[in-house]
Design a binder for this molecule. Structure first.
Ligand code: HEM
Length: 219
């Protein structure tokens, strides 16, 4: 019965071809450090799923953001768990993406023909940090407010364009509801869209070029 359903689908959408192309590939001798990219991918998906659940109750306005988080923690069934996974997952993702970057650098996997894999990786790393920065403001508590005040002041000290960058980040001269609204929008729309697009190119290239083997002393 199941195999009949499988053959029916396979004939129409080519499941076996997708499986062979994506999962059944030849890989050189690897070690545990090569699992960090997949771990980063898993964490990103986890952040996406828990983030979508959080938006059900989170309200991105100065009057309600703090209370909506309190409600998620104390009033919503398993809200504390979803928020906890999203909170710790964010830290883990930064660590895993960074370690994955170190691994590919250490094994010189950024060299020809994988330069574009590396460049998309750099964008992914910056976007991951951007997710952390924009997400930190959303609970709208004292720590979030003052951390973002300092965090937006730092680029503000750059010569010439600094004040303009700070105004763009804050949506004005001070932190306000406008800042919260734009950080929320960047956190749930702009950066996830960039990350999804970059992961698409990144993984396409990993499949197309294969994994680089560990360089030996003659390389
Ligand atoms: C959300 C972030 C990222 C995800 C989901 C991701 C995912 C992956 C996956 C699944 C692979 C296959 C091999 C492996 O796992 O080691 C890979 C390879 C690679 N990644 Fe990433 N990556 C991310 C960020 C980065 C960053 C920040 C860099 C560097 C700046 C980078 C550079 C590379 C390179 C050069 C390869 C090819 C490695 C090889 O052929 O041996 N990636 N990535």
């Amino acid at each position: 019965m199941l195999s009949n359903i499988f053959s029916w689908l396979d004939e129409r959408i080519g499941l076996t071809v997708i499986y062979r192309l994506v999962l059944d590939r030849k890989v050189p001798k690897v070690n545990w450090w090569f699992t960090l990219g997949s771990a980063s991918l898993f964490l990103f998906v986890m952040q996406g799923v828990t983030g979508i659940f959080l938006t059900v109750y989170y309200v991105p306005s100065p009057d309600h953001a703090y209370d909506s988080i309190q409600f998620i923690m104390n009033g919503v069934a398993f809200g504390w768990l979803i928020r906890g996974i999203h909170h710790w997952g964010a830290t883990l993702m930064v660590i895993f993406v960074f370690l994955h970057m170190l691994r590919t650098f250490y094994y010189a996997a950024y060299k020809y023909p994988r330069e574009i894999t590396w460049v998309t990786g750099v964008i992914l790393f910056l976007a991951t940090l951007g997710m952390g920065f924009t997400g930190y403001l959303l609970p709208w508590n004292q720590k979030a407010y003052w951390a973002t005040t300092v965090g937006t002041e730092i680029p503000g000290t750059a010569p010439l364009i600094g004040p303009l960058i700070m105004r763009i980040l804050r949506g004005g001269t001070e932190l306000s509801g406008v800042t919260l609204a734009r950080f929320f929008s960047v956190h749930i729309w702009f950066l996830p869209a960039v990350i999804v697009a970059m992961i698409g190119i990144h993984l396409y290239l990993v499949i197309r070029l294969g994994i680089a083997s560990i360089p030996d002393k003659d390389d």
